[in-house]
Design a protein around this ligand. Structure first.
Ligand SMILES: [Fe+2]
Ligand SMILES: [Fe+2]
Length: 255
């Protein structure tokens, strides 16, 4: 998304979706939040040895390279749709700007290597090259890649990163529901060969993201992405519903 598109999107008067419609019911789950600064995260030896710190840097790089393009696809996909669908997609595209801003703070906190962002830009270009419907590209990326990276952030991240992961996850769950509802309603689908093109890119992304982790962890995250792709569900990620933010007396001691 260009700066002009972002400004136009942010300045769009408040959008509403009829609350009695399926899309309105999905939007009712929206809880507005703003990006917040995150203090520098100093990796400890354990998080370096386990690959957790490196995995965090890659998850953040992925968000830096894909949040705004997903927003752009969401906007592009709204062209020609009815008012309700259009409003829902514009609201969701606007969320991606907040996500990008939040990840920008995390990029600084985790001193993300620009080369990692460039790596993800190659995967982004491969997704664009498929030329599939933009709503499908958004929904696919959010469901099979973002749900995995956000869960990784909720496992490996600092307290503040976990909080960002929680807020973004809630938005993405709404986006996925919106995008798949629209795809189902409009009959947007792919044949098995076309799905295999997307799967090839997805598997490459997940392998790259998790390559510094143990074999067991690499297999676990790939299995979650596979499950999300095949069933739109991941029973293996149920733990993300547990209490995520530690009580203050159990949190990192800064004194
Ligand atoms: Fe997002
Ligand atoms: Fe999204």
């Amino acid at each position: 998304m260009t700066q002009a598109t972002i400004s136009r999107l942010i300045n769009t008067p408040d959008l509403t979706v009829d609350p009695s419609t399926p899309l309105g019911k999905i939007q009712a789950a929206k809880r507005p939040w703003d990006a917040f600064p995150v203090p520098l995260v100093k990796p400890n030896p354990l998080s370096i040895k386990s690959g957790a710190y490196r995995a965090m840097q890659k998850c953040i790089a992925l968000a830096m390279a894909l949040e705004l393009p997903v927003g752009k696809w969401t906007l592009e996909g709204s062209t020609g749709l009815d008012e309700g669908m259009k409003a829902a997609l514009l609201i969701n595209a606007r969320d991606e700007v907040t996500h990008y801003q939040a990840f920008k703070y995390l990029q600084d906190a985790y001193q993300v290597d620009p080369q990692d962002i460039e790596e993800v830009e190659n995967y982004r270009d491969a997704l664009i090259d498929t030329d599939f419907h933009p709503v499908l590209l958004s929904g696919f990326t959010e469901l099979t890649v973002f749900f995995v990276t956000l869960s990784m952030i909720r496992k490996y991240g600092s307290d503040e990163a976990k909080r960002v992961g929680l807020y973004v996850s809630k938005d993405e769950a709404r986006h996925v529901n919106t995008n798949f509802y629209i795809m189902d309603t409009l009959g947007i689908t792919l044949d098995p060969w076309e799905w295999s093109l997307l799967d090839e890119i997805r598997v490459k992304i997940i392998k790259w993201l998790t390559s510094d982790l143990s074999k067991a962890d690499r297999d676990y995250w790939m299995a979650q992405s596979d499950s999300l792709r095949k069933t739109r569900k991941a029973p293996g990620l149920e733990w993300t519903k547990d209490g995520l933010i530690e009580p203050f007396f159990e949190g990192r001691r800064a004194y």
